[in-house]
Design a protein around this ligand. Structure first.
Ligand code: PEP
Length: 252
């Protein structure tokens, strides 16, 4: 059975002090309540060290929002896997749609980052998802399959991999995919994974859903057999909402 995983993506929000406060509140509200669910929080780079200290003795994972695909060198503004590891990060989000949309991330650069992170002992959350235009054009399946195949090209072991299906039209818009819409894409991703890695591979792979998950819709999404938790943006900036979503995952 796959353990659910819920990760809060704080994006470009919170100063170091504010991120520390939010992390402390999440920790306090979760208490010993993390059962049946893995939990991570992903502050912006400047707050990783501070948040890392606060959650150090807990089961909460420190998650980075991106990493570069080179070890070091003249890449102004970039952050390497080794740097993230030295801060205590155990996961890194790769290929978030905002990276693809605003920063020129492609399936090829996503693949480079995924391979570099895994080689450096970091687990990855690789994001995939279609735009509204692609969904309305009936090409969701083709786009998502391509993102999965190209993003995981030459990856030999899925052990450190989590996927996040995040329809772009549902991110930060308040529009959530229905549990049935999300389930359909998750099932199709599993078929792609089995095709790429062998028949039983997808049975072990966790696939999160992301896109306007809130306490009010988390339960029904996480109840679907192919949805293994969530990548949470807006709602993760409010400790009570994030904790309620974690609890919904633990209960489902
Ligand atoms: C995200 O950023 O990954 C996300 C799903 O955002 P939101 O929950 O705000 O839609």
């Amino acid at each position: 059975m796959r353990k659910k995983i819920v990760v809060g993506n704080w994006k470009m929000n919170k100063t170091v002090a504010e991120a520390g406060e939010l992390a402390s509140t999440v920790l306090e509200q979760l208490g010993n309540g993390i059962t049946g669910c893995e939990v991570g929080i992903s502050p912006a780079f400047p707050a990783l060290a501070e948040v890392g200290k606060i959650i150090e003795r807990s089961d909460i994972h420190l998650v980075a929002q991106n990493c570069h695909y080179e070890d070091d060198g003249a890449y102004t503004g970039e952050v390497s896997v080794r740097m993230l590891g030295s801060l205590g990060c155990s996961y890194v989000i790769i290929g978030h749609s905002e990276r693809r949309q605003y920063f020129g991330e492609t399936n090829q650069t996503v693949n480079l980052r995924v391979r570099k992170a895994l080689a450096g002992g970091m687990r990855v959350i690789m994001c995939v998802g279609e735009t509204l235009e692609e969904r309305e054009g009936g090409v969701t399946d083709r786009i998502v399959t391509e993102q999965v195949r190209e993003g995981l090209k030459e990856v030999s072991d899925l052990d450190g991999v989590v996927l996040a299906y995040e329809p772009v039209w549902a991110i930060g818009t308040g529009k959530t995919a229905t549990p049935e819409q999300a389930e359909e894409v998750h099932a199709s991703i599993r078929a792609t994974i089995d095709d790429m890695f062998g028949e039983t591979a997808a049975g072990h792979l966790r696939i999160q859903y992301g896109g306007s998950v809130k306490p009010s819709n988390a339960g029904e999404l996480f109840a679907k057999p192919n949805i293994d938790g969530g990548l949470i943006g807006g709602a993760s900036l409010k400790a009570e909402d994030f904790v309620a979503i974690v609890k919904a995952a633990g209960d489902s």
